[in-house]
Design a binder for this molecule. Structure first.
Ligand code: PEP
Length: 250
């Protein structure tokens, strides 16, 4: 099955509104109309509206970096799915390792967020990945499939049909160290096999599995040459329009 590649940029807690507008406009000039790849940018909440305006009518799509599972209420500091839709978001990153690590986000919370996102129009980009210590203890399979299993708890193959999974080994995020294409492919094919066993062959062939962890213009081609790598979730290199465009044009 042909899966359209996705390259998503996670801007994390970077860029003011003005800077975000400039970055989005610059990406638009470089990448608008690039139809072979689905291009997504995820600015901080404060810049979603200016980025939406700068990208309006282009082929570049907007995403957020997190969402709460409730629609509204006394949840200081949180943002709900419909608020993101209201800002023009079509995607949302869930369970990023920085949220798990710094904000103690649990698998149960990721599950609640995923379920809520799937009730909305948002396409979730669900992140899973092991730490260096877990890899050293040969626990990659347990950790990655464990995170996946808990995230998709109570969901059916049908409801999962539009999710995107991002395999992001924690030791490769923001470190300049990338998993080799072969190492990443091993985990990607393991995830795909698991999806086939637990849900269906059809779902496993349809879902896109992105790699994330120090992706740059000079290492993207090797990763994309692997049969089970369908794109990338990009952090640092997504903040520079030339680098991000270089990745999209792999
Ligand atoms: C990320 O934050 O999802 C990421 C992969 O970051 P970087 O590309 O900087 O490693």
């Amino acid at each position: 099955m042909q899966r359209k590649p996705v390259i998503a940029g996670n801007w994390k807690m970077h860029r003011t509104r003005k800077e975000s507008e400039e970055l989005a406009a610059s990406l638009r000039r470089k990448l608008d109309g690039h139809r072979d790849v689905e291009v997504v940018v995820c600015p901080p909440y404060t810049a979603l509206d200016v980025a939406a305006e700068a990208l309006k009518g282009s082929s570049i799509r907007l995403g957020a970096q997190n969402v709460h599972w409730e629609d509204e209420g006394a949840y200081t500091g949180e943002i709900s799915a419909w608020m993101l839709e209201d800002c023009g978001c079509e995607f949302v990153i869930l369970g990023h390792s920085e949220r798990r690590q710094h904000f103690r986000e649990t698998d149960e919370q990721v599950n609640l967020k995923l379920r809520r996102a799937l009730e909305s129009s948002l396409t979730p980009i669900l992140c899973v990945g092991e730490t260096l210590e877990e890899r050293g203890r040969q626990r990659v399979e347990d950790v990655v499939l464990g995170q996946l299993e808990q995230a998709v708890d109570k969901l059916t193959a049908e409801s999962l049909s539009r999710i995107i999974v991002a395999y992001e080994p924690v030791w490769a995020i923001g470190t300049g160290e990338t998993a080799t294409p072969e190492t990443a492919e091993e985990v990607h094919s393991m995830i795909r096999e698991w999806l086939a066993e637990v849900f269906s062959q059809e779902l496993s062939q349809r879902l896109r599995i992105l790699y994330g962890g120090s992706v740059k213009p000079d290492n993207i081609s090797g990763l994309m040459a692997q049969p089970n790598i369908d794109g990338a979730l990009v952090g640092g290199a997504g903040l520079d329009a030339d680098s991000f465009a270089g990745i999209v044009r792999f």
